[in-house]
Design a protein around this ligand. Structure first.
Ligand SMILES: [Zn+2]
Length: 211
């Protein structure tokens, strides 16, 4: 039976991205800040609604608070609202571990992809409809319908003739330039199946004499 042969290419595995993490330089800046106990104390005061300059109560999130906060973080390259609770060195180690896991995963995927690519390549080189390559318990066959002008689908064996060429005229408007395009029709002389393509007929096994 040729019906249980899979014709589609096996889908290759995708590249995996590194997880979203804070950048290293930001963490190192944060560490610098954590090591400056004065600044940490100032920030804690601010967060509890007290000006580190005057000791007066201020409203968190409002004008004075914002001003004092930006003064405080001026010497660092970013403010650290989102970093609270993070231990910089630990976080960076974690990032390395996570990225390494992604690398390992990608390496595995790429190794498998090489195999899958090879199966796809070899199956599509098969020249008859009933030939197949067995891979992990499944059968894979060629995805080509015409080889050397012979319609091979389900072993048809009919000769594929060029039966029509239609020219779709393009245009030459400003900003939109569409060239003329030819659509070729081919017909299997045995089963009557029509194929159309706008690509160069050589893809169908024709030599360049078709113009
Ligand atoms: Zn046919």
């Amino acid at each position: 039976m040729t019906t249980d042969i899979i014709r589609e290419d096996i889908e290759l595995l995708q590249v995996i991205d590194y997880p979203d993490r804070f950048q290293e330089w930001k963490l190192l800046e944060y560490e610098k800040y954590l090591n400056n106990k004065m600044d940490v104390a100032k920030y804690e005061k601010l967060q509890s609604g007290i000006s580190y300059k005057t000791g007066r109560k201020i409203t968190v999130g409002k004008g004075t608070y914002k001003k004092l906060k930006s003064d405080l973080f001026n010497k660092y390259t970013c403010s650290f609202d989102r970093f609270s609770g993070i231990i910089p060195r630990e976080y960076l180690k974690q990032t390395l571990r996570k990225n390494l896991n992604v690398d390992i995963e990608c390496y595995k995927n790429e190794t498998r992809n090489l195999k899958l690519y090879d199966i796809n390549y070899r199956k599509n080189k098969l020249t008859t409809w009933k030939d197949y390559i067995e891979f992990e318990g499944k059968k894979y066959g060629t995805n080509r319908s015409i080889i050397d002008r012979i319609h091979i689908v389900r072993g048809c064996g009919g000769y594929v003739k060029h039966t029509n060429t239609e020219t779709h005229y393009g245009n030459c408007r400003p900003f939109y330039n569409a060239p003329d395009r030819s659509v070729y029709t081919y017909t299997c002389s045995k089963c009557g199946h029509n194929f159309t393509t706008s690509k160069w007929p050589a893809l169908f096994g024709y030599k360049k004499k078709w113009t």
